[in-house]
Design a protein around this ligand. Sequence first.
Ligand SMILES: NC(=O)c1ccc[n+]([C@@H]2O[C@H](COP(=O)([O-])OP(=O)(O)OC[C@H]3O[C@@H](n4cnc5c(N)ncnc54)[C@H](OP(=O)(O)O)[C@@H]3O)[C@@H](O)[C@H]2O)c1
Length: 252
Amino acid sequence: MSSRALVTGATAGIGKSFAFALAARSDDLVLVARDAARLESIAAELRAAHGVEVDVLPADLTIEEDLARVARAVASTERPVDLLVNNAGSSLAGWFGTTEITDEDRQLDLLVRAPMHLMDAAIKAMSLRGHGAVVNVTSVAAFTPRGAYSAHKIWLTNLSQWADWQYAAQGVRVMALAPGFTRTEFHQRGNMDVSGVPRWMWLDADRLVADALRDLDRGKSLSIPSKRYKVLSLLARHAPTALVARAAKRGR
Ligand SMILES: NC(=O)c1ccc[n+]([C@@H]2O[C@H](COP(=O)([O-])OP(=O)(O)OC[C@H]3O[C@@H](n4cnc5c(N)ncnc54)[C@H](OP(=O)(O)O)[C@@H]3O)[C@@H](O)[C@H]2O)c1
């Protein structure tokens, strides 16, 4: 029997890599993002390349009705979702305290409220069926003090790790995926200057997703792809705050 995965932010970067990796292992897909034309074009590519069933669900996850529509798809009993990938995200140019508070509200909705609602729907539906998994894309920024973005990401990391333990007995897995700098559209969209980030710090999205899916299969509740980011995250969690904050100021 085939599995169905719902991926948010599936039109670019890490979400698109998830969509292709999951289709390659014959999962049917539900793809979510705002740009409907781009969703349709990726869906057509996936159907042609892998012969899987692909539904598109255009939605802005910061809009209440759109989020509720996606949550209903996650909770569906007719077309059950076996894997939820909470990936959609963006960043704001500027540090908290200098940005517009309405923009910060939207970021909170996208990075915290949306994954919380979708994870709630997933856990309830999956525990009734006795199986299912959630991958929450967070960031290694979660382990550093660097404004609202890292605070949102540690919130999601913490909840994921607890939920993995709490719902294991009901057959539900939850894993936080904490990437380092990954080549996607993220930095350009957020008007971030990442020219100072050394080449060795950049990850490839396809490789990152392959590592993450392997970690999920191995039962991990936290996946930090690549040795270099495993080491950096460990240092960040134990070094003095001022030192980590200064080092982390370079990007997301
Ligand atoms: N790239 C990195 O270095 C990096 C590092 C650590 C963590 N992350 C995290 O990885 C995740 C994916 O980022 P990425 O690097 O792949 O970014 P990306 O290439 O910019 O892709 C972002 C995706 O999210 C969708 N999206 C953005 N706002 C949305 C909204 N309001 N509603 C629905 N969908 C929305 C975009 O599609 P539409 O514009 O069509 O909506 C797009 O598909 C994010 O959670 C990010 O925080 C990224």
